[in-house]
Write a protein that binds this ligand. Structure first.
Ligand code: URA
Length: 188
């Protein structure tokens, strides 16, 4: 299935109970052909209204950080672990994550074939590294698993709640161009 078809299917998905509370599902958006895929946790209130990922306050901070490394949203692809807003922004349940990633996220990754997957927050990190306990001990480092490179970052919303994390996130973000350069050198 191509990315467009996956997005269409997500918009009418009823495979888990999260669909009952949503205004709109949020499939993700960005460049179909990109080196970098960002994966957040799940839509919040603004995203649920607009049907687009990271359009609220956390999204503004994400845009700022993208700009700091001379990228725009249109240059990358941005999506989430779960595509529908959990009620009252609660954490997504294990079963919701399992259904949504196995049906959609892993297919999106296969289509995009990113050189680098950037996980934003614990839920996104644990989809790929279930044994990683906390972002605080794993962030800012690149990991390779089954030929795919990952960079673990804090969730941008965490930096909004805890101001001291802003600089940490900005520093971690600045590692993206260098990691990509290293990947490109190895694959050339
Ligand atoms: N938080 C997320 O994890 N994803 C969004 O799309 C918005 C906020």
């Amino acid at each position: 299935m191509d990315l467009d078809s996956i997005s269409q299917e997500i918009k009418s998905c009823t495979k888990c109970p999260l669909h009952k509370g949503r205004i709109q599902a949020v499939p993700g958006e960005g460049a179909v052909s990109t080196e970098i895929l960002f994966i957040g946790e799940g839509p919040g209130e603004s995203e649920d209204k607009e049907g687009r990922p990271f359009v609220g306050q956390a999204g503004q901070f994400l845009d700022e950080m993208l700009e700091s490394i001379n990228l725009k949203r249109e240059d990358v692809y941005i999506t989430n672990v779960v595509k529908c807003r959990p009620p009252h922004n609660r954490d997504p349940l294990e079963e919701e994550v399992r259904v949504c990633t196995s049906r959609y996220l892993f297919d999106q990754i296969k289509n995009i074939k990113p050189k680098l997957i950037v996980t934003l927050g614990r839920h996104s990190m644990q989809v790929f590294f279930p044994h990683f306990k906390s972002v605080s001990t794993s962030h800012g480092k690149a990991y390779k698993k089954a030929d795919q490179v990952y960079l673990v970052l804090y969730h941008p919303a965490a930096a909004l709640y805890q101001n001291s994390l802003k600089e940490t996130m900005k520093d971690d973000f600045k590692k993206i161009p260098q990691i990509l350069e290293e990947i490109n050198q190895i694959s050339n």
